[in-house]
Design a protein around this ligand. Structure first.
Ligand code: HEC
Ligand code: HEC
Ligand code: HEC
Length: 128
């Protein structure tokens, strides 16, 4: 049974991989800065994150040939549910994995001007 489900996922993912190249390339700048942009100022948080499963969440999908399975992706990437977030592994590979902004929300503005623009407290504390 598990094997059947895995096969179905893999087939679906292979189909989605072909479709991935058809998605138009976005001309708008990303609203996500990416974890590396946070590292300089939040060294400790970055280290903790880097050593956590969140930093390699996409690997779990790679192993099962589900890299293009959009039933799995949203929880294993950054911005999987929002416009201008993760699109697919062809278009936005830099948003793979559960990076800082998956929990703290898009923080380009904060990382450029941290004294003035404060980030969200972790979204998961807000009752989501
Ligand atoms: C140029 C330095 C700088 C960069 C880059 C930066 N931050 Fe910050 N961050 C700060 C400073 C300074 C504060 C404390 C001021 C404040 O409370 O907003 C802060 C506060 C925070 C807080 C709130 C901490 C608290 O106790 O409430 C979070 C969460 C956070 N940053 C996340 C991020 C994320 C995610 C990124 C990358 C996308 C990032 N920061 C990039 C300097 C930076
Ligand atoms: C609703 C969010 C969500 C969805 C959808 C989701 N996952 Fe996950 N997945 C998680 C979370 C959270 C973890 C970490 C759980 C833990 O470590 O306790 C995880 C862990 C995993 C792991 C184990 C990773 C490891 O290294 O231990 C695998 C494998 C995995 N997911 C595969 C999948 C596949 C395949 C799909 C789609 C069929 C999928 N996930 C859909 C949230 C999700
Ligand atoms: C899986 C969700 C998640 C991820 C991923 C995550 N954080 Fe957090 N972060 C939290 C939670 C939850 C807290 C504690 C509650 C709060 O203060 O909102 C927190 C607290 C913080 C704080 C407050 C100061 C502190 O140390 O307590 C900073 C700064 C921060 N995170 C930055 C980051 C950065 C930078 C990254 C990526 C390198 C990151 N976080 C990744 C959920 C996350």
């Amino acid at each position: 049974m598990v094997e059947m489900v895995n096969k179905a996922h893999a087939a679906y993912s292979a189909f989605m991989e072909k479709e991935a190249d058809r998605v138009p390339v976005s001309t708008q700048p990303s609203i996500f800065a990416g974890a590396d942009a946070c590292a300089d100022c939040h060294e400790q948080a970055y280290k903790i994150w880097k050593n956590s499963g969140h930093a390699r969440a996409i690997k779990a999908l790679e192993r099962g040939a589900n890299l293009y399975n959009d039933k799995c992706l949203p929880c294993h990437v950054t911005g999987g549910w929002v416009r201008r977030g993760f699109v697919n592994m062809r278009r936005t590979p830099e948003l793979a994995n559960v990076q800082c902004e998956a929990c703290h929300d898009a923080s380009v503005a904060h990382s450029q001007n941290p004294q003035k623009i404060h980030p969200e407290r972790a979204l998961c504390k807000g009752g989501a």
